[in-house]
Ligand binder design. Structure first.
Ligand code: ADP
Ligand code: MG
Length: 151
């Protein structure tokens, strides 16, 4: 496993983070899994909303509150938005049949992927969002790491 891309995007507003997500959504391919890392309130859902728009998903995308995954079928590809923040046990992923989403032909985004790290394939595209208050309240640093799992 090696890092083939470590792109950094700096944003100064929710709009810019939305736009970064939208650009990635435009490029997403069937079977892609994007994992999102970062503290509460850092912008993972804002990024996801932009991503969904890039995929052509119609209507509002919000973090699923009472379910682990929310399914959107109105875009260019099926879109599966996971937010595992409230997961109690990894078994819950089996119960919802996560493999059908992870290894299907849609696109997955997983907020709080660190809570289910043992289930995340190496091929997942890792997106980390961080604040830096020295650079302002609305500053965010978005790091995109894509691993090369090909031989
Ligand atoms: P998370 O899903 O990581 O918990 P949200 O996306 O729900 O976080 O919320 C991010 C919050 O931070 C929103 O209230 C948003 O308006 C605010 N915000 C301020 N600056 C930015 C930025 N540069 N990018 C994303 N969100 C920002
Ligand atoms: Mg969120």
């Amino acid at each position: 496993m090696e890092t083939v891309m470590g792109t950094v995007i700096e944003t100064g507003s929710p709009r810019e983070t939305f736009e970064a997500g939208r650009q990635m959504g435009l490029l997403a391919a069937p079977g892609d899994i994007y994992t999102l890392y970062g503290d509460l309130g850092v912008g993972k859902t804002v990024f996801t909303q932009g991503f969904a728009e890039g995929l052509g998903v119609v209507g509002h995308v919000n973090s699923p509150t009472f379910t682990i995954v929310q399914v959107y079928d109105s875009g260019r590809l099926p879109f599966y938005h996971f937010d595992v923040y409230r997961i109690g046990d990894i078994e819950e992923m089996d119960e919802i049949g996560y493999e059908d989403y992870f290894f299907g032909n849609g696109v997955c985004i997983v907020e709080w992927a660190e809570l289910i790290s043992e289930l995340i394939p190496q091929s997942a595209k890792k997106i980390t969002i961080e604040k830096n208050l020295e650079k302002g309240f609305d500053y965010r640093k978005i790091t995109i790491d894509v691993m090369n799992t090909k031989k």
